[in-house]
Write a protein that binds this ligand. Sequence first.
Ligand code: URA
Length: 289
Amino acid sequence: MDRISESAVQPAEIIALLRWYQDAGVDETIGDDPGALGRPRKAVAPAAPVQMAPPPQPVQPAPAPQIRAVAAAAVLPGSDAASGDARRIAAGCNTLEELAAALAAFDGCGLKATATQMVFADGNPESDIMIVGEAPGAEEDRLGKPFVGQSGKLLDRMLAAIGLDRTTVYISNIVNWRPPGNRQPNASEIAISLPFIERHIALMQPKILLCAGGTSAAALLATREGITRIHGRWYDRSFPDLPAPVPTMPIYHPAFILRQPGMKRDVWRDLLVLKHRMKELGCGFASAT
Ligand code: URA
């Protein structure tokens, strides 16, 4: 990776990056030469795992990539009866409260039978920023709120790194009931859930939509490209009920980061891209940090 000139990085971003590392448990630097990280690595034989963390190094957002348009029609689910019902029911909801009530009464998704309760949303319904994850896990199933387990705590730290929290964003999932054993939701569960989350997004009218993880991105952007390729890129996602496409960015799922802490640099870059776009679009709370 190229070294970044010091003048390109704002002091506030350096401080936020250091906080991000500190929150992630990195509280010590190693070596006197942080620049060593910026030089190409030599191929080396696998060694015993090293426990020490690399020194924090500011990064700047990748240049704005080409924005891809995603038509709503491209992701309409198949015509089976349950997803047809879901689409009709979701379309009839004109408020978030109506949508939550309609979902709670909907029996077309088999996951409802094994879950403890529906997980609808958390955060600020007035927010300009909506995050859509995959599906509730065990803690979410227990508490009835999205992203309240381990990965939720990391999501909170990611948001805090750019001055956001649950009072300034709104969070939901593609699927509203926990898949047994935390397995991934299958294609039919996603197809049945899609009309609800699409209506959810349309009712929210966010200025920015974030897909947390590959499953969310694949469902909402109808892409087969993996999250490692598409994270940090902007897509213009059209919704039939909205007058203009919603700028949509896939980000890594926090659960993935917990398994692959080496990805934190990419996460930080995506967060800076997000923050920059928030300012451009005049999102409320964008001036924080
Ligand atoms: N993972 C998700 O995708 N959503 C949650 O709500 C929790 C974990």
